[in-house]
Design a protein around this ligand. Structure first.
Ligand code: GDP
Length: 596
């Protein structure tokens, strides 16, 4: 750096265009400097501060980070975890806080009935009965102690939040109907809670029913990994009837007992932080966000950042919709005052003032856009070993779905024998039936790979796998599956590639276009051909060329792909000797056994 250099301030991420503008330089010069440094960037591309600072220096500027310029112990870029905030708190300031409980279980086993029953009989402040709950959470008192319930039954919501990095639940109540027993969603819920390391208390519901069979259900629970206390395990199983109200006090008692064994602390006077449970825009009141305060004391007037949205807490309401001035740890509240709607699972925190809130939010939006470009993907089987070598994983997490129980058992017992002291297979969840969306969410939240043994993903699972970048591998022979996992654990699994046919076109005419060369006027006779596909050209049954498609035109316009029944012009890389009657068979190359 030299004394003559002009000073500029740059954020953590900046586009090439904005960097050029900040320096009063031309974008072309910036791109050239970047290229000279080995970075191929387009004008709208985001570059990080370090890269921008190098280019700036070469163009005669000293770059300073805006983050340094207004240093505050607020983490920008990465979302802060409220837990990290608590970790920074002096131990002596930590106080017990109410536990936060989520209710999970199979459909129709009584989750909603239990939530309703607890709310109507035990709601805090003795307003039993007539209260109308305002938001998706409430608090009750038992033995003079508060318990917070999140009113979002179902493990999909639970895991969707966790996939975003949020962990709000301290304890899960697993509702199992005594007349129906452990069902597929019960097993899923167990897997989800265990993956989140959340302790489980079982509410054995519907014991009023004539065909209730609690003993059978306890055996099923033991087999599913929740061994009841009376079988010398450590799972509390509480018989209840949500319908009649029996056992409700016992459930609350059990929650407090488990809570006492957990470290459920927060600094009630510290900086407020927590998680967005849900949020919406209301026509007359603006953005309303339901949040769980997890640390500190949230006050009216505080400047707030939630995800990449900023604002000021204009009003706070408790779960009954009553206006309050402040809220401490484990309190569910609704607030007004955010500038836009944050996402469920976003974390919020309080900052010095609104200006800082806006700045942190802005930087996070930029960082989020930059990381969306390089979207995190889940592990693939052949990457596991390199991650292990880099010290990142000690376990290969798997979710296994098989067509029948008879295949599942040998697969699990063989897989459990694999690995060594350093790296092991951990089966997060297994079950029979097709692969569902909740399997994918669980895999995403636990960095797991999904294995389908004669089991296919349904449409929503396929879509979720694509967005969450979760790898699914398919097998129909047990020893192949075991062999692949063993090879992956030893770092010897080579990715295998296969072709997938996409579409077929028939050449019907030839055109010559200057600059492009010969273009084949085609009719797509099958499937859909994409601009980035590979293709084979055959003439009279013989393949005369194989290579990449370079462009597809429809009515003079370049198009990304074209479907059966449409006419188009296709040109290929390094080939232009088309003849009428040639067949173009297009395909893509994909990693074998994998869908994303
Ligand atoms: P969810 O799908 O898990 O939320 O289940 P619901 O709470 O909606 O309950 C499903 C059905 O079971 C409803 O018809 C309830 O009335 C009934 N139910 C729930 N709890 C009990 C119970 O303790 N005893 C009996 N007999 N029926 C119950």
């Amino acid at each position: 750096m030299s004394d003559q250099n002009k000073q500029i301030e740059l954020p953590d991420f900046i586009t090439v265009r904005d960097l050029a503008e900040t320096m009063g330089a031309s974008s072309i010069d910036v791109i050239k400097k970047l290229m000279a440094n080995g970075v191929m960037a387009s004008i709208n591309q985001q570059i990080d501060f370090d890269t921008a600072a190098i280019v700036a220096e070469e163009l005669g500027f000293d770059a300073k980070s805006t983050a340094d310029a207004d240093a505050e112990p607020v983490s920008s870029g990465d979302l802060p975890e409220w837990r990290k905030i608590i970790d920074q708190v002096d131990e002596s300031k930590l106080k017990r806080r109410p536990p936060v409980v989520t209710i999970l279980g199979h459909v129709d086993h009584g989750k909603t009935s239990l939530l309703d029953r607890i709310r109507s009989t035990n709601v805090a402040d003795g307003e039993a009965g007539g209260i109308t709950q305002h938001i998706g959470a409430y608090q009750v008192t038992h033995d003079g102690r508060l318990i917070t319930f999140l009113d979002t039954p179902g493990h999909a919501a639970f895991t969707a939040m966790r996939a975003r990095g949020a962990q709000v639940t301290d304890l899960a109540i697993l509702v199992v109907a005594a007349d129906d027993g452990v069902m597929p969603q019960t097993k899923e819920a167990i897997a989800h809670a265990k993956a989140a390391q959340v302790p489980i208390v079982v509410a054995l519901n519907k014991i009023d029913k004539a065909n209730a069979n609690p003993e059978l259900v306890k055996t099923q629970l033991a087999t599913a990994g929740l061994v009841p206390e009376e079988y010398e395990g450590d799972t509390m199983v509480i018989p209840i009837s949500a319908l009649k109200g029996d056992g409700i006090e016992d459930i609350l008692e059990a929650i407090l007992l488990v809570t006492d064994e957990l470290k459920i602390d927060a600094d009630p006077n510290g900086k407020a932080a927590g998680t967005i449970v849900e949020a919406e825009r209301n026509k007359s009141r603006g953005v309303l966000a339901t949040m769980l305060v997890q640390n500190g004391n949230l006050k009216q007037g505080d400047a707030i950042v939630a995800g990449n949205i900023s604002g000021r807490v204009r009003a706070i309401f408790d779960f009954r919709g009553k206006k309050i001035k402040s809220a401490g740890p484990s309190t569910p509240v609704e607030i007004m005052g955010l500038s836009d709607v944050p996402s469920s699972g976003d974390m919020f925190e309080i900052v010095k003032n609104e200006r800082t809130a806006r700045k942190v939010a802005e930087e996070r939006s930029i960082a989020a856009k930059a990381s969306a470009n390089a979207k995190k993907s889940g592990p693939t089987l052949d990457q596991i070993f390199s991650q292990f070598n880099a010290g990142k994983v000690q376990e290969l997490n798997l979710i296994i779905k098989a067509d029948v129980q008879g295949s599942l058992e040998p697969i699990i017992s063989s897989l459990e024998k694999l690995g060594n002291d350093d790296i092991k297979v951990r089966i997060i969840h297994s079950g029979t039936g097709n692969i569902g969306e909740s399997d994918i969410l669980l895999a995403s939240a636990s960095d797991a790979i999904v294995i389908g043994f004669n089991a296919e993903p349904d449409t929503s699972a396929k879509n979720a796998a694509a967005t969450e970048k979760v790898q699914i591998r398919f097998y129909n022979i047990i020893y192949r599956l075991i062999e692949d996992i063993e090879l992956a654990l030893n770092g010897m699994l080579e990715p295998e590639f296969i072709e997938r046919a996409t579409g077929v076109a028939e050449v019907r005419a030839l055109f010559r276009i200057s600059k492009v060369g010969n273009v084949a006027g085609c009719m797509i006779t099958d499937g859909e051909i994409g601009r980035a596909d590979h293709a084979r050209i055959s003439r009279g049954g013989e393949i005369i060329h194989e290579g990449k498609i370079s462009s597809i035109k429809h009515l003079q316009e370049d198009v990304a792909s074209i479907r059966k029944g449409f006419e188009c012009g296709i040109s290929m890389e390094k080939f232009n000797k088309f003849k009428e009657g040639d067949i173009i068979s297009a395909y893509v190359v994909e990693e074998k056994n994998t869908v994303f």
